[in-house]
Design a protein around this ligand. Sequence first.
Ligand SMILES: Cc1n[nH]c(N)c1-c1cccs1
Length: 323
Amino acid sequence: DLMVDEQSNLPREFTEKYWISRKIGSGVCGEVKLAFERDTCKKVAVKTINKKDFPSIGTATRNAEREIEILKKIDHPCLIKTEDFFQTDESYYIVLELMEGGELFDRVKAKKQLDESIAKLYFYQMLLAVKYLHSQGIIHRDLKPENVLLASDNDICLIKITDFNQSKILEETSLMRTLCGTPTYLAPEVFTDAVTVGYGRAVDCWSLGVLLFVCLGGYPPFHTEGTDMSVREQITQGCYRFLPSKWDCISEQAKNLVKKLLVVDPKKRLTIEEALQHPWMQDKQMKTTAFKIMYPGGQAPSEGDTPSTSRKRPLDDQEQPPG
Ligand SMILES: Cc1n[nH]c(N)c1-c1cccs1
């Protein structure tokens, strides 16, 4: 295992490459600190995941490392890149891109609710990012404003989704533990219904609906205040309200997209592709702005927004930079 730096308990290989600074936030798996790459002074974010909080066995840990290799290959302008990875007996240290605008959660809280045009710009980037994740066989499963980061303090800015890696890596271990044992008594569906089948892509579309609701309305659709229904009942019954005081200034098209994502039956819920085709998304000016911030060097991939993957995909005008 890696030598450990006495003062900081960080792997020496890490401290030789990075200088760690102050805490900038906390993610679902642990804390996030600002760090500087010594050679370039480039700023990065370092997420520490304490292994004792996520029990895993030898093979699962090795699988987590293989997962990290897969996730290091993830490449989309609206997904946080995993830049480096270290571990000690106690913890994982994941070096990630730094986003100086912080979490979308804090931005919405500070502004009470986002202007519709800004919410649309952010949501379009989220749709493209999740579409790319799904094209790589990755389901996020934990999309929320805390996992959407902003590149700067400007309203018009790049957004990036984070935490799509750890949840997939960490959640797989329980399945791996099961599959590592002798399956003498294991039911067939455990093999076929791998976690990803249980977490169909539609779960991310629901979460995107909640995210859009929060960006536009400034409050969550399913909550504990002012109702005797549990949050679980509100969700399973699809019971939420557009409070007039918050939503009267918002277009019917925007509300319509929210309604078509917050559909309880996953088979009737809008897919990512359908959301990209929704009238509220047909906004050339917004898309022009989005592509300029996503591909500042004008280097948008020729095959629409999702770089070509192993499967040949029909050109989708939604992913092409507007003409
Ligand atoms: C990762 C990452 N890159 N840039 C920031 N601000 C983060 C944070 C995630 C969670 C809290 S801060």
